[in-house]
Design a protein around this ligand. Structure first.
Ligand SMILES: C[S@@+](CC[C@H](N)C(=O)[O-])C[C@H]1O[C@@H](n2cnc3c(N)ncnc32)[C@H](O)[C@@H]1O
Length: 234
């Protein structure tokens, strides 16, 4: 009997797929908020001129493409574990190489093999929301050069309004497999003070967590936490 392999389905197969067929442009703007329509922009990352930047859970790499084109970094690495997202990203923005590079990898693995490489790491509702922060944050801290900055946006509460977790506890959220079957994936929606403690325990300092309320009501709107932290110089 032949060997049976059971690769796990790509639960990000459907995400952004329709937009990718209609909108191939490099975005003119960079937004952190859930609505992607308001709030602060790329200035939260600091001056990126000549910097080495990594997008953790970059999806179709729209944010990374914007930075590569409009902010003159040395390099932006768009890192995503989903084969589907990686394929869409390279199809949309492969022409921006070598300033924009693509890595189809789990960010924890990628960061653990990149000690001291990055000036700036960021995530827009990306890997930080879907990966155990007790693994990801120490890996991110070690992958930053001394003085480097981590910036990410995350949900301030669950969609629908339920409060964020007071402990490091994920929720199982409903998603569809590539075949359309219902399943779940883990999402970490944590209170600001929980993020603060996790960042501190990961060796990061100058922690700032700002809340940006949704500007519209509705079941799919959400307030955004924008989190900034720095690896100490020594
Ligand atoms: C909600 S999407 C956001 C994508 C992108 N940041 C954006 O704003 O369009 C989350 C992305 O994070 C990626 N992701 C989640 N956990 C990851 C991990 N541990 N390593 C790499 N990518 C991850 C998923 O594959 C998915 O593409």
């Amino acid at each position: 009997m032949g060997r049976v392999t059971t690769a796990s389905p790509d639960l990000w197969h459907h995400y952004g797929r329709i937009r990718a067929t209609r909108d191939r442009a490099v975005p003119d703007t960079f937004r952190w908020t859930w609505s992607q329509e308001d709030g602060p922009g790329a200035e939260a990352l600091g001056d990126l001129g000549g910097r080495v930047v990594g997008d953790l859970g970059s999806g179709t790499a729209r944010h990374a493409a914007h930075l590569a084109v409009h902010h003159r970094p040395a390099r932006v690495d768009a890192i995503d574990a989903s084969p589907a997202q990686h394929a869409m990203a390279t199809g949309l923005y492969g022409h921006l190489a070598p300033r924009l590079r693509f890595a189809n990898a789990d960010v924890v693995y990628h960061l653990r093999t990149s000690p001291g490489v990055y000036d700036v790491l960021y995530s827009v509702f990306g890997a930080l929301d879907f990966t155990d922060p007790r693994e990801l944050l120490p890996a991110a801290s070690a992958a930053l050069r001394p003085g480097g900055r981590l910036v990410f946006s995350s949900l301030a509460h669950y969609l629908g309004g339920t409060a964020a977790q007071p402990d490091v506890v994920p929720a199982d959220i409903p998603v569809k497999t590539p075949d359309g079957e219902a399943t779940t994936m883990r999402r970490w929606v944590l209170q600001a003070r929980v993020w603060n403690k996790l960042l501190d325990e990961s060796g990061l300092t100058r922690i700032d967590i700002a809340l940006f309320p949704a500007t519209e009501d509705g079941p799919r709107t959400a307030d955004t936490l924008l989190v900034t932290a720095t690896r100490p110089e020594t």
